[in-house]
Design a protein around this ligand. Sequence first.
Ligand code: F6P
Length: 499
Amino acid sequence: MTLTKTAPWQALQRHRETLSSFRLDAALRGDPARARSWRFEAAGIEADLSRNLATDETWRLLLALADAAQLARWRERLFAGEPINNTEGRPAWHTALRAAPADSGVARAVGEQRSRMLDFAERLRSRQVKGSTGKPIETVICIGIGGSDLGPRLVTTALGEASGPIRLHLVSNIDPVELDVALAEAAPESTLVVAISKSFTTLETLENARAALAWLQRAPGVDARRHLAAVTAQPERAQAFGVDASMVYTFAEWVGGRYSLWSACGLPIAVAHGAAAFDDLLRGAAALDRHFIEAPPAGNLPLLLGALGVWYVNFWGCRSRAVMPYAQRLRHLPAYLQQLEMESNGKRVDRDGRLLDHDTSPVVWGEAGTTAQHSVFQFLHQGTFFSPVDFVTAAGFESSAAPRERLLYANALAQADALALGEAALKPSGSAKPAYAVVPGNRPSTFITLPRIDAFSVGALLALYEHRTFVQGVLWQINSFDQWGVEIGKQLLKQRLAD
Ligand code: F6P
């Protein structure tokens, strides 16, 4: 079945035409209940969808499209661990990392791998892990890239100051600068280097790990091997690299790289914030998973957000989508979502390899507010095309005792209103503005609030975005869990190096 030929798709096309004169200011002011009835909750996260270019009819048709794409069946397959990543012949079972699946063998393995990793993190935090000269480890340098870096980087930053004694560095780029900075602040005797790589073949990670190892080997009296650990789904490769078996932390092949922060790859999170915070993160994600499974379609937040994403890409021609975290601690959210959405859904063929006749992932970008207001918001307000925006902030800021946190929240709301209403948001001034100063409005956004930025809510937020991405992939009829496009660069590099 080609989705674009289905009745709901065609009905959405006709419906879109009826919205050519739709105005958000009229919709919001004409229906005061809209702000209330378009507000949804999932695992404590609230999302106000009222500032979107949509009507009740839009939702009805988008839900019909989700039915036509058999979303419920695909969701079942996702959670049951069926091999829905068909090009790699394996499940995409990251949900099994946050709530034990029915398969007791899988549940046991996941539990053991997590306990081992968390126990190691706690021993590091209590200074029980000693280097080869007997000094406790004080610095941990985690080397990983893509999914082996972005999730842990986002979460460690989101949870604020590290609570333990360990100084943590995350290194990803092959540009030596990043590792050099970390090494310059570290002493070999009290440093642990952790290579995090699902495949343990990634050039950047292995080269940086080699450089760190060489640095350890140059230190007099240090047994470098005892300062090296690995997190991987390929333990033999890590051992062949020189990591002692007792220092290899593993996870299953069915954990996708960009979905791996919930596995032993979350070691940096546990080192910085402790096992309890890591458990809370998993609990938050599991709560969102339950919502995704149980909530009826009309109130199912990942489903609504995913469907809305399709609505803008395929019926409004949007090729860009912005995510603006109004929380400095969430500043890595755009980079994390770029991989999550663009690597998952930047695809041009369907699950059976047929060329698609519709667009898929937009460009995802963003920057922390309010900083972004002084750089990119000009484009959002007055550019020649619009880019739907997700505002992500914390309800706690609204009533915070800290005036600047209240200002942060008020700024996010003001921007959302300015995008939606344009000039109509302002009190009438009596004088007409010149064209260059007019802000047209009618630009959509979704306002997402976490109760506060803690491990539970961050876990729920990331699971929300994962499932939103999955919903879009199902509606687009693609495999969201492979990433063949990145292979050509790796092959070409090998070819160049061999020439
Ligand atoms: O090259 C892309 C990619 O495969 C991502 O999907 C992945 O997150 C990243 O590289 C790192 O891979 P690994 O964890 O195997 O080093």
